[in-house]
Design a protein around this ligand. Structure first.
Ligand code: SF4
Length: 477
């Protein structure tokens, strides 16, 4: 059984000018890249919507049985909301199909860049196709298979190996005879092979993409992407006192920040990766510049750094991160995706995401020391094993806050903090405790709808350069 490459069909249809011929089915194997020109605005919005969709696919896949009614209802709701094809009807949903096609290829570019990214993307795309394929009628399914030249009368043994293992296939003379209702296994197995190869091939052509200065920052932002508020608007500025931080770190910090806080208290020092991650998080929860200077100085001078050295070196970098030095760029706290995907910690570092970067045995011990019940630890470790790091973190939130269902999808350490505070205070915002001296701070850059890391987003290229500049100030260990 073979898929035809079908190369050229899309282009011919495009040239012939009949848009219905471009996408005769709601289902696609994405064998041919789009050939039309699109604006950068559309490029970005398609990509963000598909990313939102794949995140929902990931969340639902962990929270519900894949074929259950709840799973299907919620996924269909999301597909409708984001205007992706949600069932393969004969109706002309050209725009949705076009969006489906183009957005898949954009994310393919963004997510081919590392083994982790490829694996995540492949898994979500497989789940999405499985859902869609199972939703269509037998008749449409058959038409789709014909369309992609997939003969389903008999398949080679390699394609049916999953069915063979489960004793759901009749084998004769080296051919596997598969009931039509099981055909999805064959289709998915074949799709997996095709998509893995395509991702590997795309990764090989990365150098030419990386030379495109408009595209590369966009793709990088997508692969580290976080969808939601950027937590740079410091509406809580001045509402937290330094004395509260120890307590808050236990009650309301996600594990990554709790770990950094403890390391700072224990060692009176953090290396630059930790200072960046934790410093911006603290800024995001509302520490004013003055408080940040006091907080870091007090701790560092208890260690090997004297006050003079702190004032000359570290203080500058803190002011810089608050937009008070250099180009006066205001920096936003890191999202989970950025923490998980970039700058992995080395020996002596405490930054990163413990669910992603800790040895499972160490993570287990840490969770035990935080009094997480054994059954909860097992669930967390299972999620970690399946590489669902943010979902593991959500589970940690549920267990430490004694709630059954989070009711939100976790994407950002500052979101974790805000939600925790909202819950612990019975829905009320943090009480104002200090003078609001930091509120006069102005951001030097405007906001955009999507922000994926600690850079302001009005200009990705400038922002990346700025970030490098900032990180350079932090390189002193
Ligand atoms: Fe921190 Fe996000 Fe990892 Fe949770 S998932 S520990 S918030 S980086």
């Amino acid at each position: 059984m073979e898929f035809s490459s079908g190369r050229g069909r899309l282009k011919q249809a495009w040239l012939a000018g009949d848009r219905r011929d471009l996408y005769p089915h709601s289902l696609q194997f994405y064998l041919e890249p789009p050939t039309e020109n699109i604006s950068l605005v559309e490029f970005e919005s398609f990509a963000i919507d598909r990313l939102k969709l794949l995140k929902v696919v990931e969340n639902l896949g962990v929270s519900y049985v894949r074929n259950s009614d709840s799973y299907k209802t919620k996924l269909e709701f999301e597909l409708r909301k984001l205007k992706f094809p949600y069932k393969a009807l004969a109706e002309d949903d050209y725009e949705a199909r076009r969006k489906d096609h183009i957005s898949h290829f954009i994310l393919r570019l963004a997510y081919c860049q590392s083994e982790d990214l490829r694996r995540w993307f492949l898994q979500q795309e497989m789940d999405l196709l499985r859902y869609r394929f199972n939703e269509v009628t037998d008749n449409l399914r058959q038409k789709f298979l014909e369309h992609v030249n997939l003969s389903f009368e008999a398949v080679g043994l390699a394609d049916a190996v999953d069915l063979f293992r489960a004793r759901r296939v009749f084998i004769k003379d080296g051919f596997a005879y598969v009931p039509f209702k099981e055909i999805d296994v064959i289709v998915l197995s074949n799709y997996r092979t095709k998509l893995s190869k395509a991702l590997a091939l795309t990764a090989r052509s990365l150098p030419s993409i990386q030379s495109d200065e408009r595209l590369q920052p966009l793709l990088n932002h997508l692969s580290h992407s976080y969808i939601g508020p950027d937590y740079s608007v410091q509406k809580n500025t001045g509402k937290i006192s330094l004395e509260q931080i120890d307590t808050l770190s236990v009650k309301s910090f996600p594990l990554c920040m709790r770990q950094l806080h403890k390391a700072l208290r224990d060692n009176h020092h953090l290396r630059h990766g930790g200072r960046m991650q934790y410093g911006l998080f603290l800024k995001g929860i509302g520490l004013t510049l003055e408080q940040a200077l006091e907080f870091w100085k007090k701790e560092f001078i208890r260690g090997k750094v004297d006050a003079d050295k702190f004032d000359k070196g570290y203080a500058y970098s803190i002011r810089h991160s608050y937009g008070k030095e250099g180009r006066r760029t205001d920096y936003t706290p890191y999202s989970c995706m950025k923490i998980i995907m970039s700058n992995p910690p080395s020996q002596g570092d405490y930054h990163g995401c413990p669910f992603r970067h800790s040895d499972p045995e160490l993570l287990k011990q840490k969770l035990q020391s935080y009094k997480i019940p054994p059954s909860g630890i097992t669930q967390i470790l299972e999620l970690v094993k399946g590489m669902h790091y943010q979902l593991a973190c959500q589970k940690y939130f549920e267990l430490t806050h004694d709630v059954d269902n989070l009711g939100f999808s976790l994407n950002h350490p500052n979101q974790y903090f805000t939600e925790s505070q909202r819950l612990l205070s019975g829905g009320r915002e943090l009480k104002k405790e200090l003078s609001n001296s930091g509120n006069s701070q102005q951001k030097s850059n405007s906001q955009e709808s999507m922000n994926s890391n600690s850079t302001p987003t009005s200009s990705n290229t400038t922002a990346d350069a700025e970030l490098e500049g900032l990180e350079a100030y932090f390189t002193e260990d």
